[in-house]
Design a protein around this ligand. Structure first.
Ligand code: 5GP
Ligand code: ZN
Length: 113
């Protein structure tokens, strides 16, 4: 299996890693859409939100808390930020390894495009 985010997590492909622990890795998006654009991923290969099981409940909580911690560290906790998880084609998912986009540092619009 040739998954770009698995390879980033294993450091087989270079990226700007900003956080890592036993179960998760966070790194700068290569094509940032805002001053802060970080991707938070599980180390384990999970293709989409639809592949999550009950056993992953704690993992999903960890991903959210990591994103919140990074937002606070970057001074955008109080200002506000957005977490996005695209699932499948119409949402624009292009990498099929679960990830949260942490986006912030500029005003966001709603509804999203
Ligand atoms: P998706 O469209 O699947 O929700 O988001 C995939 C994200 O991964 C995109 O924002 C894209 O810029 C980012 N991305 C794709 N390939 C790489 C890569 O090799 N390195 C990094 N750092 N980001 C990537
Ligand atoms: Zn993967």
């Amino acid at each position: 299996m040739d998954c770009i985010f698995c390879r980033i997590a294993k450091k087989e492909i270079p990226s700007k890693i900003v956080y890592e622990d036993d179960v998760a890795v966070a790194f700068e998006d290569v094509n940032p859409q805002a001053p802060t654009h970080v991707l938070v991923i599980p180390r384990r290969h999970i293709p989409t939100i639809l592949d999550l099981t009950q056993e992953d409940d704690a993992l999903v909580g960890q991903l959210y808390r990591i994103a919140g911690k990074l937002a606070r560290q970057r001074g955008i906790g109080d200002r506000g930020f957005r977490l996005v998880a695209n699932c499948n084609r119409e949402a624009g998912q292009t990498v099929f390894h679960l990830h949260l986009h942490l986006i912030g540092g500029r005003p966001m619009h709603w509804p999203p495009g």
